[in-house]
Ligand binder design. Structure first.
Ligand code: ATP
Ligand code: MG
Length: 249
């Protein structure tokens, strides 16, 4: 993925880099047909946000990391877009948390699963990280979901107590919350069903949110969980920040 030639001083460099990563992943067969649409929706919200990490997003990332650190069985869920956009940082976060990473995709086909798993394993080797990567042999199902999108690993998603699901679909998010898990979502759309239903929602671009968490994990040993954290107030603050950013232009 390093054949990207755009100039880093280009005002849309980060956005162009993410688009490039999706194009490469698409060629490798990692993405669902709707992947570009999902990304485009994210980009639109990021534009409204001013393409920056807002104070409420930073607070949500801090709480998310604290909760994942305190969990007995944390797990990170990865779909095609997440693997395409932020594979290395997801692996680094799994390594920092000493937890497994599970490939779990909405439109599951053996070919896409294989394409995503082989890419993640390639990057894991390149980074020299000792992370358990699950997804190749699901042996359990998420209650309340029908068909192949319910498939998961017992030692991963099924038995986890806290789960990070970036760019997750609303139905699946709801099913995970109904299982009693602490569900952390990263979603630029504060109005999506996932954003609304999660336990903690980080309204930020995926790679920025992961960067915030990785920096915190490196700087501070173990974060304190904020007992007064208010999920709905943080979402409201995210929306208000978008409106302020729009008015300021
Ligand atoms: P829901 O099912 O939760 O109601 P949706 O159907 O509108 O949401 P999906 O297509 O299921 O949306 O998921 C894509 C979501 O991911 C969108 O809400 C979009 O804003 C968000 N998204 C896309 N790319 C990124 C990104 N790079 N960083 C953060 N969020 C993103
Ligand atoms: Mg959806």
């Amino acid at each position: 993925m390093d054949d990207f030639a755009a100039d880093p001083s280009h005002p849309r460099y980060a956005s162009l880099l993410m688009r490039h990563r999706l194009e490469v992943a698409e060629k490798r067969g990692m993405l669902a047909g709707s992947a570009m649409i999902a990304h485009g929706r994210g980009e639109a919200f990021d534009y409204l946000l001013g393409e920056r990490t807002t104070p409420s997003a930073a607070a949500a990332s801090r709480q998310a990391l604290a909760v994942l650190q305190a969990a007995k069985r944390p797990v990170l869920s990865v779909n095609g877009n997440v693997a395409a956009l932020a594979c290395d940082d997801m692996l680094r976060l799994a390594d920092a948390l000493q937890c497994p990473l599970e490939v779990n995709i909405f439109y599951r086909t053996p070919e896409r699963m294989e394409a995503i798993l082989s890419y993640i394993n390639e990057r894991k080797e390149a980074l020299g990280l000792d992370v358990t990567v699950l997804g190749d042999a699901p042996d359990a199902t998420i209650p309340g979901l029908k068909g192949p999108r319910a498939a998961c690993h017992r030692e991963g998603i099924l038995e986890s107590d806290a789960i990070l699901v970036p760019l997750e679909d609303g139905d699946r998010c709801q099913a995970l919350v109904a299982m009693g898990k602490t569900v952390v979502v990263i979603d630029l759309n504060p109005l999506s069903r996932s954003a609304q239903q999660a336990s903690i929602t980080i309204v930020d671009e995926l790679s920025r949110a992961l960067k915030t968490m990785l920096e915190l994990a490196e700087k501070e040993d173990r974060l304190h969980i904020d007992e007064t954290y208010d999920h709905h107030a943080i979402l409201q603050a995210g929306l208000a920040e978008m409106l302020r950013a729009m008015n300021g232009r």
